[in-house]
Design a protein around this ligand. Structure first.
Ligand code: BGC
Length: 796
């Protein structure tokens, strides 16, 4: 049944947001306020007046960035920052947090330094500042830019109240390989979804107006293509065609710049042989000339000095190369302040290069209002207010992905659990582990604020809840892993101590399971320090003795619900084959337990979808749905579908399927959705019309989505296209639209997705973004396996 579609505000907003604002043409032409703010005449007049008064040393001082607190990389400098600040030789400080600490330095800068230039304080605020929300990969699973914007907004308020006007977020690196531990900080594998998330983060943090007292400047990272580290090994080189670089990897950065991003962070990796931190092609040509970026670029931690390890020169040479390429601040490198001045004096580096760098840093400080309001006033504690907890709980529940929910003989579907369930055994090292719920980079997040699954279930079930830890996250047998994970040393806050006798605790867990009607297994991998930075893995199963634990528990014959708490896609092949229900809950943040319980008991119907393909085996990585075609596809032209042909000379593995275990976009609900055959508003469109459609659609894809089940639910409707006849081969499928749609039981809504230049264009061999005569296949559905199909012809 087709109903009149009354679009709710968020659908209208998200469709406009996702599809309307992303005009391809250089950001400069459509610069939003934040970017325009940096270019404003009045602001720049103040910058130029100041610049004229500055000595070379003072200008170079603006290019220095140091960590004044804990270390987030190797070899922290530990200099006398007060002295540097007083001399006007320090531009920004990271990891100095709190009103008192930041004001301490700010008073010195403003009152004691010759030109009274304020310090910019920055920190890694990744998914919440004091209120910890789900990790970014989880946020992407919500397919909900409005939720992400709320997270960023909340983070900005809390950060600013703590004296921080600069956040090292969002990380917008496309990540197609879960061996890379930093996939947790990303939005996953897809450039379209990644761009939507990038925009939402920037808008939430900056509010399109850096001068607001609770806006913070973003640092979009890591520019560029850091997520494509070869073999998933962190900091490794990347190597790819310029077409892939632009069409896939650069897209989310471009979206962030177009949304007004004030700063960027250069990455550790090289791209096609040129280190990103000394790469004029990406930093000057693309970022500044093509995208019209007006802000500044900070290097990643020590990345300027590390250029020496990339073998592109000695200290003075690499500092010159980085500065001339367009890295304005040297984070924890100390090279700019020591080796540039001589080169300027000898004429090797024109002073105008230093001027331009200092100018860009000062612009951001002026735009943030730091010259007019340098100090932070004490404000009420910002953490864990009921409103913030409610937001953290709601957002977390939206990010969970129901991977599997099969009926069990004699019981039916395990999920949702009935409120009156007689007894539940909660088992696993993630069940009551506050630290692990925060995620790999939770900054000021405090485990004391975390509600664990055990606490939340006990609130509901009282003594109907049984509990056993079962095993540790790591076992004593993982000697080398333990050594690496515990690099902070014994007795540090994040030390992992293995349980001395796993066999005994597993046996106890089995006894606990036997006493209950249903078992909830809460398993994962240690977020500290096995996920996130410098945390690549080649095995993607559960760590320690967890596989043994789940096999022993499953052998009791009790129905098992697996809740996975991990910041990367794990290999869940055994689990998918043997356990009836699996909920992916990622790293959910401070309201972890409540949010998981809300979904397990059906108060929230799961709606998350995978932002990243889950492999059957690590050997498939990098595995992503938007693969390029092959001349010998294993299964028609959709090589992401299961391989079922027995033919030999095909692009396939001998010992495994090509397809993902759980593909991109996948996620079940407690209800079911059906899709009508999509319609297209016009069957044919001339090329020139598409080329001229940079600000609007040329055709609309319509679809009716119906909730055919008996409970209300939210579906993430996804639109995929395939360009079937381009001069450069195009992926077998690409996401080009999505919308979250809430549907009451039995309800139908009609949705329309716009298609225009942004969705239909690609890079040709001249590396120009274009559109050619072709036919686009179009699918709409609830995952990248969508089958409801239509097409659009683009004619000469
Ligand atoms: C990380 C960045 C981070 C920086 C500052 C580096 O090690 O790669 O993501 O923003 O440290 O903490």
């Amino acid at each position: 049944m087709k109903t009149n579609f009354v679009p709710s505000l968020w659908i209208v907003l998200s469709l406009l947001f996702l599809n309307g604002l992303a005009g391809f043409t250089a950001a400069a032409q459509n610069a939003p306020a934040a970017n325009a703010q940096l270019a404003s005449r009045e602001l720049n007049a103040r910058v130029e007046a100041l610049l004229k008064k500055m000595t070379l040393e003072e200008k170079l001082g603006q290019l220095a960035s140091y960590s004044g607190g804990y270390a987030t990389g190797p070899g922290a400098s530990n200099l006398r920052y007060e002295e540097l600040v007083a001399k006007g030789q320090l531009g920004s400080l990271l990891n100095v947090v709190g009103v008192e600490a930041t004001n301490h330095y700010q008073h010195i800068a403003v009152e004691k330094s010759r030109l009274h230039i304020p310090v910019l304080f920055g920190q890694d605020v990744i998914h919440g500042h004091r209120t910890t929300f789900p990790a970014p990969l989880a946020l992407a699973a919500s397919f909900d830019p409005a939720a992400v914007e709320l997270v960023a907004r909340t983070s900005a308020e809390e950060a600013r109240a703590d004296g921080l006007a600069w956040v090292f977020s969002p990380m917008v690196d496309i990540a197609r390989d879960p061996r890379w531990g930093r996939i947790i900080e990303s939005a996953g594998e897809d450039p379209y979804l990644g761009s939507a998330m990038a925009r939402a983060f920037v808008n939430g943090y900056q509010q399109d107006d850096l001068s607001k007292p609770d806006s913070v400047a973003v640092s979009v990272k890591h520019f560029a293509a850091y997520g494509a580290a070869i073999a998933g090994r962190d900091y490794n080189a990347t190597d790819m065609s310029e077409i892939t670089l632009r069409q896939v990897y650069l897209e989310p950065y471009r979206a962030a710049v177009a949304a007004g991003a004030a700063t960027m962070m250069s990455s550790f990796n090289s791209i096609n042989g040129v280190p990103a931190t000394a790469n004029p092609f990406i930093l000057t040509q693309i970022l500044r000339k093509e995208w019209g970026f007006n802000g500044f670029v900070v290097s990643d931690w020590g990345a300027v000095a590390e250029l020496k390890n990339h073998s592109i020169g000695d200290g003075p040479t690499v500092a010159r190369k980085a500065l001339e390429a367009g890295v304005e601040q040297d984070m924890e490198g100390g090279l700019y302040t020591t080796v540039i001045a001589d080169q300027v004096r000898s004429g090797k580096i024109p002073e105008s290069v230093v001027d331009e760098a200092a100018r860009r840093v000062l612009r951001v400080k002026f735009a943030l209002g730091l010259f007019d309001h340098p100090y932070t006033q004490p404000s009420p504690a910002y953490v864990a207010t009921p409103e913030r907890r409610a937001a953290a709980r709601k957002v977390a529940a939206e990010t969970f992905v129901l991977l599997k929910n099969d009926a069990v003989e004699g019981v039916g579907k395990l999920l949702p659990l009935p409120a009156k369930v007689k007894s539940v055994a909660l088992i696993g090292p993630m069940a009551d582990n506050p630290n692990e719920m925060l995620g790999a980079w939770s900054g000021m997040g405090d485990p004391k604020n975390v509600v664990t699954l055990k606490t939340a279930l006990a609130e509901r079930l009282g003594d109907r809840l049984l509990y056993a830890e079962g095993c540790g996250l790591l076992s004593g047998e993982d000697e080398n892993v333990l050594k690496r994970v515990n690099f902070n040393g014994p007795a540090s806050a994040d030390e992992h101590l293995p349980i001395p006798d796993d066999a005994k605790t597993i046996a106890e867990a089995v006894e606990t399971a036997k006493k209950a009607d249903v078992v909830i297994l809460a398993l994962g991998e240690p977020t500290n320090w096995m996920e996130g930075e410098a945390s690549s893995r080649v095995h993607l199963g559960f760590t320690g003795a967890q596989l043994r634990l789940e096999q022993a528990v499953a052998a009791t014959g009790k129905p098992v619900i697996l809740v996975v708490l991990a910041g990367r896609p794990l290999e869940l092949k055994w689990e998918a084959a043997h356990l009836p229900a699996i909920l992916e809950a990622w790293s959910p943040g401070i309201e972890a337990g409540h949010a998981v319980a809300d979904v397990l008991f059906g108060e929230v119907n799961p709606s998350g979808k995978l932002p990243s393909s889950f492999p059957r085996a690590v050997g498939q990585e990098p595995l992503y749905y938007a693969q390029l075609p092959t001349g010998r596809p294993a299964h028609g032209d959709l090589s992401h579908l299961p391989t079922d042909s027995g033919e030999k000379f095909m692009s396939r593995y001998m010992d495994e399927e090509n397809s993902a275990l759980f593909p991109f976009g996948w996620g079940l609900s407690y209800t079911r959705f059906s899709y009508s055959t999509p319609t297209i508003s016009r069957a044919e469109v001339p090329v020139r019309e598409v080329l001229g459609s940079r600000n609007g659609p040329v055709a609309l894809v319509g679809v009716d989505v119906k909730n055919t089940g008996s409970v209300a639910g939210t579906e993430v409707v996804q639109l995929y296209i395939r360009n079937t006849a381009a001069s450069v081969e195009q992926p077998v499928r690409e996401l080009k639209g999505f919308a979250r749609v809430a549907l009451a039981a039995g309800e139908t809504k009609h949705l329309e997705f716009p298609l225009g230049f942004d969705e239909l264009s690609f890079y040709n061999v001249e590396v120009q973004r274009t559109v050619e005569p072709t036919t686009y296949k179009i699918w709409v559905g609830g995952s990248s396996l969508a089958t409801a199909e239509t097409e659009l012809k683009v004619i000469d």
